[in-house]
Write a protein that binds this ligand. Structure first.
Ligand code: CAA
Ligand code: NAD
Length: 300
């Protein structure tokens, strides 16, 4: 039985909680704060939160430098008012009492995401919309941990969040029109361009990007071209800002493998989701890309 409780009205999302202050969560919290939302960023402990906050401060400075060239005092006002909108916390309870939206960006683990949303569902007010930033898990599989399927959806951002202009807004069959519209309006308030997608593997971008990366890997595995030449070709011949190997190293090879393996387990007959020995060997030897210092390329 679905509740018909009304959600925060379209354009009425003012207070948001971001769960997980890692790469993506810190970026989402930052953009929320920069665009005038009251944001609470929740993570496991103070040490992680201090790191998130430092990352956010550095990134806001970069944004301010770019947006307010030649007017440092306006830039400083922008930075200070954004930071004033941002709280950090190890417990969500206080913020959850009045939150209009919860965006989850914890590690890509279905059971963990379900457990968190189940806990939040028990204490959040009826109006609160829940959304996940998952890259590859079905939104529907996360949402069923709650009693608010009509107020649940996907809000998928791209790395680096303060720079990438896209937001994919995902609905499950139960998502109400009011919830979907509120998420789209919020995307606009976050100054992102929104696209809509059903709850299908990888939504739009990753469904095309991940098989593209894997096609590049298979090409190199066959010996048809070198890693460097594939990257050069896709940048200069297709206008991509990064080649497929540079992008895989940037996203994280462990992440790419996790996404691919999950889809392959679910759709074993889909050739686009076939695992690759080369990728598996890199990940097995701890080569995760930029974050570990080496992936397809070496980093200083
Ligand atoms: N915060 C704030 N501003 C930033 C930033 C950050 N983290 N990173 C970059 N910028 C801004 C800054 O203004 C920077 O200028 P300064 O260096 O003067 O501060 C400007 O962008 C240019 O950055 P760089 O000179 O470092 O590098 P660049 O011009 O090559 O741009 C890039 C970097 C934006 C990442 C670009 O290479 C790019 O668009 N790459 C493709 C990224 C992409 O495809 N992302 C999606 C990955 S898939 C995904 O995220 C989904 C998933 O589920 C896995
Ligand atoms: P990350 O590892 O950088 O950050 C995850 C954060 O979650 C960490 O700070 C961790 O301490 C925190 N966390 C773990 N358990 C928690 C809990 N119980 N409560 C609160 N916080 C907890 O990961 P990330 O790259 O930011 O990815 C987060 C999500 O975003 C994943 O679902 C991922 O699929 C998705 N995503 C990632 C990218 C990308 O390019 N990395 C892009 C789009 C979406």
């Amino acid at each position: 039985h679905l509740s018909t409780t009304s959600v925060a009205r379209a354009g009425q999302i003012h207070e948001m909680i971001v769960i997980g202050g890692g790469l993506m969560g810190a970026g989402i919290a930052q953009v929320g704060a920069q665009t005038g939302h009251k944001v609470t960023l929740v993570d496991l402990n103070q040490e992680v939160l201090d790191r998130s906050q430092a990352r956010i401060q550095a990134s806001i400075q970069r944004v301010a430098k770019k947006q307010f060239q030649g007017d440092p005092s306006a830039g400083e006002t922008f930075v200070q008012s954004a930071l004033a909108n941002l709280q950090i916390a190890t417990q969500p309870h206080a913020a959850l009492a009045t939150a209009d939206l919860v965006v989850e960006a914890v590690v890509e683990n279905l059971e963990l995401k379900r457990k968190i949303f189940q806990e939040y569902d028990a204490i959040a007010p009826a109006k609160t919309i829940f959304a996940s930033n998952t890259s590859s898990l079905p939104i529907g599989d996360i949402a069923t941990a709650t009693q608010r399927l009509d107020r649940f959806g996907g809000l998928h951002f791209f790395n680096p969040v303060p720079v990438m202009k896209l937001l994919e807004v995902i609905r499950i069959p139960e998502t109400s029109d009011a919830t979907f519209q509120a998420m789209l309006d919020w995307g606009q308030a976050m100054k992102k361009t929104t696209v809509k997608c059903q709850d299908t593997p990888g939504f739009i971008v990753n469904r095309i990007l991940v098989p593209t990366m894997m096609e590049a890997v298979r090409m190199v595995e066959r010996g048809d071209a070198s890693t460097r030449d594939v990257d050069t070709a896709m940048k200069l011949g297709a206008g991509h800002p990064m080649g497929p190997f540079e992008l895989a190293d940037y996203v994280g090879l462990d992440t790419v493998k996790f996404i691919l393996d999950g889809w392959h387990a679910k759709y074993p007959d889909q050739p686009l989701f076939k695992p690759s020995d080369m990728l598996n060997q890199l990940v097995d030897s701890g080569k995760f890309g930029i974050k570990s210092g080496e992936g397809f390329y070496k980093y200083e």
